[in-house]
Design a protein. Structure first.
Length: 280
């Protein structure tokens, strides 16, 4: 794996409970960054693999995408172990995955690519070491140039933090709804992100319907690790349902949701050390 001491790009991920709007937020960030001249690699770690559809990939093409974690020959080629093999086999700890984007990435626009990483959580599949090691290596090997961004749509829930895929990332956006269960997952995600030494962690409360939801959130924010956390509110809107699954065009519509998202985007942009090296 390459040394990232000279990295000048940006790594960010979006985490949270299932159904809170992670994929929608990743889609809008990818579209906005790409439209602003950044070169974006959007990586889908969620086994549902809805990111392709949200980014406008037709259903018949999206159904043909095989996630990286299911490419058994590639996993064995790079790690030296077959998926599902026992604990006794030798495993390459630093596989060379420099060809992964070229072989499995899907170019959506001149400066926007998609990589379906997939999940390593499969019942009765034996040792998951090869898949886990490969997915982690993919996120670690790339040294980003100025204006380049990796954006990860993580698997729902906090369990994926245990694989260490997000180690070395600069920003984690934790998304939740204004519900107790959503905040419970958010709280765990923030704790695990801190253990990975992710320096910037922001909380996004999505699908907020009014003052009652905001007051409820104030109560949840008293929980350990949440008080004083940078928090952004995105209102509930039926526009997303009207546009589903390709939700990116919502940014062309005026309204409170777009206004809230743009505010979040501009604050994220301030964290990026370099401007795009070329414009669209």
């Amino acid at each position: 794996m390459k040394n990232k001491m000279n990295e000048r790009g940006f790594r960010l991920a979006v985490a949270g409970k299932g159904g809170v709007g992670k994929t929608t937020l990743v889609t809008l960030l990818a579209e906005r960054f790409a439209g602003s001249g950044y070169k974006v690699l959007a990586a889908d770690e969620d086994p549902q693999m809805n990111l392709a559809l949200s980014l406008g990939v037709p259903l018949e093409d999206a159904d043909k995408i095989v996630p990286l974690s299911h490419n058994r020959d590639y996993i064995e080629e790079k790690t030296g172990a077959k998926p599902g093999s026992g604990w006794g086999g030798l495993l390459r700890l630093n596989p060379d995955v420099s060809d992964v984007v070229g072989r499995f990435g899907l170019q959506l626009k001149p400066n926007l690519s998609l990589l379906a990483m997939g999940s390593v959580d499969q019942a009765a599949s034996g040792c998951l070491c090869p898949q886990n090691n490969l997915l982690k290596a993919v996120m670690q090997f790339i040294v980003l140039k100025p204006g380049e961004i990796i954006l990860v749509d993580t698997q729902a829930g906090p369990e994926h933090f245990g694989r260490g895929v997000l180690k070395g990332f600069s920003l984690l956006l934790v998304v939740t709804e204004p519900t107790s269960t959503g905040f419970q997952v958010a709280q765990k995600s923030i704790t695990f992100a801190g253990q990975l030494a992710i320096p910037n962690i922001k909380l996004v409360v999505n699908k907020v319907r009014g003052e009652e939801d905001r007051n409820r959130v104030k109560t949840y924010m008293e929980r350990p690790g949440l008080k004083g956390r940078a928090t952004y509110f995105l209102p509930y809107t039926t526009d997303l349902l009207d546009l589903e699954p390709a939700v990116g065009s919502i940014l062309t519509r005026e309204g409170e949701f777009t206004e809230g998202f743009v505010g979040l985007f501009e604050d994220i942009r301030k964290l990026i050390p370099e401007e795009p090296i070329r414009s669209v």
